[in-house]
Design a protein around this ligand. Sequence first.
Ligand SMILES: Nc1ncnc2c1ncn2[C@@H]1O[C@H](COP(=O)(O)OP(=O)(O)OP(=O)(O)O)[C@@H](O)[C@H]1O
Length: 982
Amino acid sequence: MNRRQLHQSHVPDWARTQNLGSNGGGGGTLVDWEDMFNSPERKGGGGGTPRADEQQQQQQQEEPPEDAFFALLRQDDESKFMENRPKPQKAPRRRPTHQQHSSSSSNQYSNIKPKVSTSRPNVIRKKKQPPPPPPINKAQQECDDAFFGMLRGSGGAAGGGSKKPDMQLGAVSPRIPTPRSSVESVDLSRPTSSSSMRNSREGSLAAPPAGRRRREKKTSSVRNSHDDMVISSGGQGAFQDQAYLDKVIEDDKKKWEAMQRKKEKENKSKRAKGSRAPTTMKRSSSIPGSKATAADVPGSKKMPLSVQRVQAKMDLNQNGGGGEQKDTRRNLDKRTARLRHAPHFMAAVKHYRSLNPLFNSNHNHRDQLYFDNAMTNRSINGVSVFVRKRPLFNYEQKRMDYDVVSVASDSNANFDSVIVHNCVMHPDMKKMLHKPTKYKCSAAFDQFASNDDIFNNVGRPMVEKCLSGSIGTILMYGQTGSGKTYTMTAIEERATAALFDLIQNEEEARGEDFTVTLKFIELAGKKAVDLLGRKQGAAVKIVDKMMGMGHPVNEAEEEGAGGGGEEVGGASNDSGESLLLVNNLSNLPTGRVRADFENFGVQKMIEMEKSLAMGGDEGSYVLIQMTSSDAASMAMAGLACEYPDMLRVDKHYCAGLGVDPSELRVAKNGGDNGPVVTVQWKGAAELEVTSTEQMLKYISVGKSRRATEATDVNGTSSRSHAVLQITLLRKGDRGEERRGVLTLIDCAGSERRNDSLYHDKARQKESAEINNSLWALKNCIRARCEILEKPNTFIPYRSSLLTRVLRESFERDSALLSIIATAAPNATDTEHTMETLKTVSTIVGTEKDVEEITTQQVMQAHELQEMLVAQGQGGGGGKSKSGGGNTVVMPIKWSHEQLKRWLTKARGGEFQQVARRIVKSDTGKTIMAQTIPKLEHSLCEKDSILATSLYNNLRGESDKIAKILLKERMARKANAKGMEAY
Ligand SMILES: Nc1ncnc2c1ncn2[C@@H]1O[C@H](COP(=O)(O)OP(=O)(O)OP(=O)(O)O)[C@@H](O)[C@H]1O
């Protein structure tokens, strides 16, 4: 098909009928569509161009009579015309004049009259062949429809709600000029026409979506072309309406743009106000399916960000906050799944606890039995490990978080256990699993333990030892927000008060003179900063100071790990021999001390033993002579300081040997008390303190200078290790000095990597440094523990600033070290808690004792109920008198009879003798109020085992019944709410 043929195929039928479109045989004429629509007549050009005149003349000659033409036109189908119409956009749009409107209004078809005139072959053939008319555009048709639909709507509205038939799409064909009457019947003068329609569709002036904007633009272009036609035939009134419509559309557009600008401005100012705000909102908006932002959460400023995120997730899960969208995802991350299935997991944990009476969580470590016990008898490898569980916070409970940490304390055992209930989903995401893991520690404190309990068990023994010249360190370790600072603050306050009380007592009793000094620094990464000096933020250098015998003091400043040398003086007399007296070699403790003696070599040990053998009786002093050597003197000096009661210089012996005891620096410098290797904080202010108030004031000043920052987990998270050191110099009436040091370290929160993902680079680096120093600490403590078995174990104390500060604690056997691991009980932090306890276990070498108890599948509520019934739990107290169905009664509310019944039946009659001994006045309340010692005397005939068992079983029963009551309450609640009952 050649170009002409192609064009021919587009010629409308009506034109072919008239031989207007034929270019084949028969002298057919090719219709120039462009000319037809651009012809001056069609455009209504009155004056006409020269070409128009020419055309007009030709028309007069060649065109058929007008009537015949109109008859032909009428035969044509309107749709055919539509089908073959040229693309409207191609027609140059020219707004007709008022005159043109009025002139054309007489005959609706007059405008297309010139189309016929284009049939003149000569004129047209000279022209370049135009492109074929484009096929009808479907999208355009839709737009047309839409527009006419709009018009219909507006017309309907204008016409009192009824659609006028002439306003239908067919009636206002875009290509067939409508008679004036029909156009005028459209009431376009109403200002509502365009804007109101649009507003009613959009509801407001908010920006339409991009797609719609595009569509509207298109519509408006179509509308304009159509309007041109309407206008051309509609006369002045229609023209004015069109102008009005344009204006309204233009206004709308302006309004929308103004609104956008305003919004953008508001956003900008919001961002400028709080630099963290956008981050927060970004984080919150990352919650899948959540609409919540930080600003939506009440008190969001104070609430940790993780809390806000979980809160938002909970809102989503619980369909709260009016959100219609319920989170229906099945594949959930661990934390979300834990909360989603909270009731089931809670029931499983509670059931587990009920089986073990030791998990009574309201009485541990309050008995006198525990005091002193944990520190002295329960240390693990020379380190006492304590665990403190903080209570569940209200906001955690609100988000359906629950307690997954159980504390089992037993006065009779040598250690306590902490169980973390890891609640997870089976990979099939249907079954729920309960995986309890057990950790061993010196003593564990549950959420009911008070600060006094902690201090009495951990702080007080330490203060007492330091007063008598020991070195003690308490170190807080745990996850961010688990209560390290809270516990340490309590210990500081109580330790200060206890210290000055004890000092006062000692001064009064013995007339000794005490000097108390305080230093406070923070360790952030590789920097140590003073917290008490006049100049805030002054750098501090951690320096090892060696104090040897018979030699001046040498300092070894260490700039970095492994830097600096150490010169150790040897204790010697004029003959170059070291002198030391051992009062009783067999009293020497094993472990490190013996290792040091071994360092001297076998020869020295033999000498010592010989001396001991020759020296006679136990308790008498034995002079040890040895050749001066660094290692020997160092070790001896250290020993003399650490074991003042065992190693001593005997003046009389020295006189007999002609040795000046004053030259023996062991006696003079270190004396009985002073350490040989001390760690000094160069540049740190050391303030002398004379009262509790003064000390607390200094501490609070130092704390206020400490670096804290809001993290995901804690609103005021400590971002550095705070090291507070209280030094006691005790001068006896004979001038002898003893030095005791109490170091309290509040470590920065240990964070897991995924917690710090949201942090900026600096914060991530800081977190890495914190974790590095904690790792170094772990290695040092571990090495210290290992020394007992492997004496040559190297302690890598130089690997971090924190461990360098703690050097004395690692290297001296008499040094006391207590670690308090703080644990958050909430299920969301299960992994953190497990990590903390695992780390502490690794530190003290009990990781082998970490016991993963068999995983259990979590029972559904009804299964649990059946099981409880089968076990007959809660039967001891009998049923409620109040007629509450199966409701049982808590032991504390038992009557005398109920108590007696329980005592007779419980544990296969173990307490039958107690049942016989109780009197009328004994009820559940009176027996529950008694402590183990009281029970022992009142009801158990001094049988402490029976009393302990009775005490524990009563509480175990109490927990079981509480559980049943809770379940009943929940079931009632669930029934009321129409929820799944369990
Ligand atoms: N045993 C507790 N009883 C009551 N409230 C507690 C307990 N432990 C901690 N808290 C509270 O928990 C919040 C966080 O505690 P804290 O600041 O001591 O945590 P942290 O472990 O020091 O955190 P970070 O490492 O980030 O500094 C505080 O509001 C504190 O009052």
